[in-house]
Design a protein around this ligand. Sequence first.
Ligand code: B1M
Length: 211
Amino acid sequence: MADLKAMAQAVERGDRNAVVQATQQALDEGVAPGTILNDGLIAGMSSIGAKFRNNEVFIPEVLIAARAMAGAMDILEPKLVETGVQPRGKVVIGTVKQDLHDIGKNLVAMMLKGGGFRVTDLGVDVAPARFVEAAKNEQTQILALSALLTTTMPNMKEVIQAVRAGGLDGVKIIIGGAPVTQAFADEIGADGYAPDAGSAVDLAMDMVGAA
Ligand code: B1M
């Protein structure tokens, strides 16, 4: 019989084969796709996210867990769509203009997916106008900006100004990246700041009222 606790543990271990197999078995046994997502896959990612925040595990473990979950999502996603399960929220993410660093941003994107968000990743060196366009097209609730250079941090403010000028007042803007701080977020009028990928998920949940 499908064991969602074991599935969550397999996600944490990053055992892709076990996670994919358990997901298929649960589907075959008629477990609801939303239950598999929440009680199996997201439970596993949440647990590893908490351990990452507490420095009990490190980036490689999180990446391997995210890869295991992604394998299961390949088979689960069409079923979620069929059964009309809604994502927790939509996030558009990218690294700001003139900044090519994407390792942390990718980690945040993976953790957000692991947290049940639908994520559109615009990549690196993203101009403010592209963020605005994507936020409109995707009808996103959250825009997540990453910057790794002190010289590109000011470009986050440009995005915020462009988004507000574009009339997207309902879109929450959250920011992060090694040189970014809560004080900087306050200064430029961001809606939130997260120091790491796990906290970014908690913050995003907060923003959509799912915490
Ligand atoms: Co660059 N680089 N780099 N670099 N690089 C740094 C950032 C630097 C600190 C190195 C140093 O001098 N000690 C320095 C910045 C100095 C500064 O501005 N104060 C620097 C520099 C100067 C440069 C160049 C200018 C070097 C040059 O060409 N002279 C150049 C700039 C290129 C450009 O962007 N235009 C450059 C280039 C590169 C590479 C291309 C070689 C490569 C990037 C490869 C890639 O990303 N695909 C690179 C790398 C790898 C680094 C270091 C070594 C590692 C960054 C990293 O990936 N960390 C970095 C030094 C360091 O940090 N030790 C450095 C791991 C990653 C998981 O952490 O990105 O912080 P991080 O993400 C964390 C959190 O910050 C947070 O969550 C993540 C996970 O917990 N987070 C968010 C990140 N984004 C978030 C968004 C959110 C929330 C949380 O949204 C809400």
